[in-house]
Design a protein around this ligand. Structure first.
Ligand SMILES: [Zn+2]
Ligand SMILES: [Zn+2]
Length: 391
């Protein structure tokens, strides 16, 4: 079986490159993936064995139903690009100025098209159903995943898997974690309202700049002094806006930033802890405030059993050395929306060069991937699905 799949992957290698390069040349921003989703639809349409749906305006879902009953296994790929101008010299460089596939979602889409093609060829051996989820808008909250879930793509799904390329991990390595993988990227905005006036007469004003500065430093005590050091939390003020002139004390200052964590209870408590500090400091100085906290994507927490199946698949295919060292990170991913409906596993495919100085991070204008990751990813995904099906 493993060999049969390997041969099929080798046969479609050129197609994988064509799909990925075409998508790379014509990137589209989140929620605007009109041509991208049309392209996916047209490629899937070639297989009579697939039932194809458009769950939302710019997404595609396909079902491959086997002859025998069994589990429903879903695989997800995202397809959106980023508002970045590409700074690579590639033959298939982005043709859209200011838009670029700088997170590898072009590769994810190409791989899932390849996985669909190979599994269609193995239809006689499919028990249950394999569902292919081509999701729009991963990069922009509220994200496409929740919309896909609301549209019913997870109905009856037993397990879901997803592979994300990683430019900072060497090609050939695969990173699989059990438990927490990515955090919940929540955001906040604060307005410190003082009373402005002439900068030469500070005694007549309530200086929102000084009060805002105290709020920024005191918020840091939540992570350093209120939260158990064993827990992972990030609280960063990333923007400060205030003032219009050198000799005017501004009437207000606006702060905003991000809070990231894994633990749902901590996540629930942090906004109140922040507000206590903001309220205390502004009140102490006769100012007032507005505070808004927005929950982002939920944390991505992998199912232990599924993570083990993916690991076993990688070990069987490429040996134990193929498992790369990986730690959970404070980034976010809306794959977590699917995990509310079924257990899943989100894992990384190394797509960087051996020489790490050549690798640019995700969301960088020079981001690129080693395309050997495409057949490798397809091979792992197809084998993992077959393994899950038999379990
Ligand atoms: Zn990204
Ligand atoms: Zn991404």
């Amino acid at each position: 079986m493993q060999n049969e799949i390997g041969n099929e992957v080798a046969i479609i290698k050129e197609k994988l490159l064509y799909w990925r390069r075409h998508l790379h040349e014509y990137p589209e921003l989140s929620f605007e993936e009109v041509e991208t989703s049309e392209f996916i639809y047209s490629q899937l349409k070639k297989h009579r064995e697939l039932e194809i749906f458009r769950p939302t305006k710019t997404s595609v879902m396909a079902r491959l139903i086997g002859n025998e009953p069994g589990k429903v296994i879903a695989i997800r790929a995202d397809m959106d690009a980023l508002p970045i101008t590409e700074d690579n010299d590639l033959l298939f460089k982005s043709k859209k100025h200011g838009v670029m596939h700088a997170c590898g979602h072009d590769a994810h889409t190409a791989m899932l098209l390849g996985v669909a093609e190979i599994l269609v060829g193995l239809k006689e051996q499919i028990k249950g159903e394999v569902r292919f989820i081509f999701q729009h808008a991963e990069e922009l909250p509220p994200g496409g995943a929740q919309q896909m879930v609301d549209a019913g793509v997870m109905e009856n799904v037993d397990q879901i898997i997803c592979a994300h390329v990683r430019s900072t991990m060497e090609i050939g390595k695969v990173g699989v974690l059990a438990g927490p993988v990515l955090s919940s990227p929540d955001t906040f905005s604060i307005k410190i309202i003082g009373s402005g006036g002439h900068a030469a007469k500070p005694h007549q004003n309530i200086d929102s700049v000084i009060i805002a500065a105290q709020v920024v430093t005191n918020l840091q005590q939540i992570v350093s002094r209120n939260i158990d050091p064993i827990d992972d939390v990030v609280l960063s003020v990333t923007q400060i806006h205030g003032g219009t002139a050198l000799n005017v004390t501004p009437g207000f200052v606006e702060l905003s930033g991000t809070v990231r964590s894994f633990d749902p209870n901590l996540r629930k408590d942090i906004p109140a802890q922040m507000e206590r500090i903001i309220k205390g400091i502004t009140e102490a100085h006769g100012a007032s405030y507005e505070f808004e906290f927005k929950n982002g994507y939920r944390p991505v927490i992998n199912d232990e059993e599924l993570a083990q199946v993916v690991k076993d698949t990688v070990i069987d295919l490429y040996g134990v050395d193929a498992l790369g060292e990986i730690r959970r990170g404070m980034g976010g991913e809306d794959f977590s929306a699917y995990l509310q409906k079924a257990p899943g596993c989100f894992f990384y495919l190394g797509a960087g060069e051996k020489n790490a100085t050549k690798n640019y991070p995700h969301h960088h204008p020079k981001f690129t991937i080693n395309e050997n990751v495409l057949p490798l990813g397809v091979n792992i995904l197809v084998n993992a699905v077959m393994r899950l099906m038999m379990k």
